[in-house]
Design a protein around this ligand. Structure first.
Ligand SMILES: [Zn+2]
Length: 139
């Protein structure tokens, strides 16, 4: 429904992941990017200053969507949902990333935002190493 793939901007940060219910037709939403039906809508800010939304498949078409910052911010919102649903507590480094996302939306200080996300990730990696986990789990 939109223009050429080459015109898609780069992802700066994920700013939310909305669960629109099962994708079996009972509670689904449509991808804001292509119109396909699905469940999770990822909201994100881009390096051209726009705020966009897309489902997982289309999110991947955007530049930098596989960058560490984009992946970590996406994961932080997923963990925050888990915590809200009582599945597991929210680790301080995920909370710090969510705070950094909020702050960046207010002050638009992108370098400070990236630094905050990296610092949180370093704390997480240290904790994982200290607790006997491998360098990285599934993602
Ligand atoms: Zn789509």
């Amino acid at each position: 429904m939109t223009g050429a793939v080459a015109s898609l901007p780069g992802v700066l940060a994920v700013i939310g992941v909305d669960d629109r219910g099962p994708s079996d037709g009972t509670g689904s939403a449509n991808c804001p990017h292509c119109g396909a039906s699905g469940r999770y809508v990822i909201r994100f800010v881009c390096d051209d200053g726009t705020t966009r939304a897309a489902m997982r498949g289309c999110f991947k078409l955007f530049g930098e969507s596989q960058s560490l910052t984009a992946q970590l911010t996406q994961e932080a919102f997923r963990r925050s949902d888990d915590a809200r649903l009582g599945r597991r507590p929210l680790a301080t480094w995920w909370a710090a990333i969510l705070e950094a996302v909020e702050k960046m939306q207010r002050d638009h200080d992108v370098p400070a935002f990236r630094a905050a996300v990296q610092a949180s990730e370093q704390r997480r990696q240290s904790w994982l190493r200290a607790n006997g986990y491998g360098r990285r789990r599934r993602r």
